[in-house]
Design a protein around this ligand. Structure first.
Ligand SMILES: [Ca+2]
Ligand SMILES: [Ca+2]
Ligand SMILES: [Ca+2]
Ligand SMILES: [Ca+2]
Length: 496
């Protein structure tokens, strides 16, 4: 064997232990094999190799060059940083048709200033990551302290459809879309946090222009914008499911969300303590079609329409199975808009201009704990408590949602539990009664006794269990009652 081949031999010998034999490619190591991440990408063969990066800070910008490779850190984002400080451009670029097999996993991305574009406006886009006509997969990354002069401080997606999972976008800054901005394309953001981002224009957390965006199981907290949508501003199609919008603030309209001319479905979301200086602290709709289902609004504050302000919106404008309670000074305000309000708690008089679809009540929803600014009496980010908007036993919101409501396949409440328990959906973001097999609003040993029958079926001679009632034990709402659920059930307080 020639000496020159030895290093590769050793590498492959090691790989034969670490990687299943079906793996075609090699794990290339940074900095052991390549001094920089980009050198590793340059050398990697698409569809085969992956670059594995050791803990440390790498002062560079990187470009995937269209390669279907995985770029992973070995120690996670906490200890592995790509820092573009002092280097112009976006920290990470995917602008050569990258698809889902191009993977960025486990990095802190910081110090980026964006990529220059002349459309839609002159300036820099995508401080942390610049996706142009691509659809990479981004997991377990932290986009922090990136900035750019135009859009997408943390990430910019131009006709791009990335999938971002379990990422954090924090303290990024841009004109529009401090955390993320989209222009066409279909980005999907799942299980991510958008926190403390700033936009000098619209969309502190995210600014979504045209295209079709999905935001699922995300927390959008303490973002600020100078114009529309401190949490999220959208002019396109958007689906927002299972998200919490907390403490976002803007001096104009739409503290939590602004929908300007777009179509949006918002379901199983909570809006707490968002503020706007003009209209719509929770949601601001203008020339928009917005469907709000099973959402909870409380503690939001704006001069007009503290929960929702509808301006010249519709014809699709509906709020059902939702709770509008404790927003200051009012709940829903309509101007040249006629939203259908159904099966909802709405504090005070039925909103002027709205269409009464039935089932609306004006009764304390009985949250477990109302939001509170803390001992200092101020919503200042110190000691603030966004409350616990789950329902107490005896809440008037339990089993009083639309009786005809049918959850979407796999739909869950904001806790990730089954969306419908005890045969009828509740109002608000949280379904009451997980673990409560007999629906008496107490979890006790009677419920516990039904557990094994729901998991494996009743023993011979025992009465059959009701599959509908067994949903009380499906903690992860996957349609199966198994030991994973049992582990969750054991964590519930059981009334003796
Ligand atoms: Ca406080
Ligand atoms: Ca129910
Ligand atoms: Ca019970
Ligand atoms: Ca389950």
């Amino acid at each position: 064997m020639q000496r020159v081949a030895c290093r590769a031999c050793i590498l492959y010998a090691a790989l034969s232990i670490a990687v299943p034999s079906s793996s075609l490619g090699a794990a290339l190591h940074v900095p052991a094999d390549y001094p920089t991440i980009q050198a590793c990408i340059d050398a990697a063969v698409g569809g085969q190799d992956e670059c594995v990066v050791a803990a440390g800070t790498y002062n560079e910008t990187i470009n995937f060059l269209g390669k279907a490779i995985a770029l992973r850190s070995s120690g996670g984002a906490e200890v592995t940083t790509i820092d573009a400080s002092g280097i112009p451009g976006s920290v990470v670029t995917c602008a050569n048709g990258e698809g889902p097999d191009t993977v960025l996993d486990g990095f802190t991305i910081t110090g980026g200033t964006g990529t220059y574009l002349s459309v839609p406006d002159f300036g820099d886009y995508g401080g942390g990551m610049f996706n142009f006509g691509s659809a990479p997969t981004v997991t377990n990354c932290r986009f922090s302290m990136n900035r750019c002069s135009r859009r997408g401080g943390g990430m910019y997606n131009y006709s791009a459809s990335p999938l971002a999972i379990a990422c954090t976008f924090s303290s990024n800054t841009a004109q529009d879309g401090g955390g993320i901005s989209n222009f066409y394309g279909s980005p999907t953001v799942i299980g991510c946090a958008l926190t403390d981002n700033t936009a000098f224009g619209a969309g502190g957390g995210m600014a979504h222009y045209l295209g079709n965006m999905k935001l699922t199981n995300c927390i959008v907290i303490r973002n600020t914008a100078v114009s529309y949508g401190a949490g999220l501003h959208s002019t396109g199609d958007a689906t927002v499911i299972g998200c919490a919008f907390l403490g976002n603030s803007g001096p104009a309209d739409g503290g939590g969300i602004s929908n300007e001319g777009g179509t949006m479905t918002i379901a199983n979301c909570a809006f707490t303590r968002n503020t706007a200086m003009y209209d719509g602290a929770g949601i601001f709709n203008i020339f928009a079609n917005t469907t709000v289902i099973n959402c909870t609004f409380t503690g939001n504050q704006a001069p007009y329409g503290a929960a929702i302000y509808n301006l010249s919106s519709g014809p699709t404008l509906e709020m059902s199975n939702s709770i509008f309670w404790g927003n200051v000074p009012d709940e829903i305000r309509n101007y040249q808009s006629a939203p259908v309000v159904r099966f909802a708690v709405v504090r005070g008089a039925f909103p002027a201009g709205a269409v009464d679809g039935g089932g609306t009540i004006d009764v304390d929803p009985m949250f477990v704990r109302a939001p509170d600014p803390g001992p200092d009496g101020m919503w200042d980010g110190v000691d603030d408590d966004y409350g616990d908007l789950r329902l107490q036993a005896g809440s008037p919101c339990i089993n009083t949602g639309d009786p005809a409501f049918v959850p979407a396949p796999g739909e869950t409440d904001l806790d990730g539990h089954a969306r419908v328990l005890c045969g009828r959906v509740d109002m608000g973001a949280y379904e009451f009664g997980i673990g409560d097999y007999d629906c008496d609003q107490t979890v006790d040993l009677t419920d516990f006794a039904a557990w094994s029958d729901c998991m494996s079926g009743p023993l011979a001679g025992e009465p059959p269990v009701a599959p509908v009632a067994c949903a009380a034990f499906d903690f992860n709402a996957d349609g199966q009652i198994d030991l994973w659920d049992f582990a969750a059930f054991q964590r519930l307080p059981i009334t003796p």
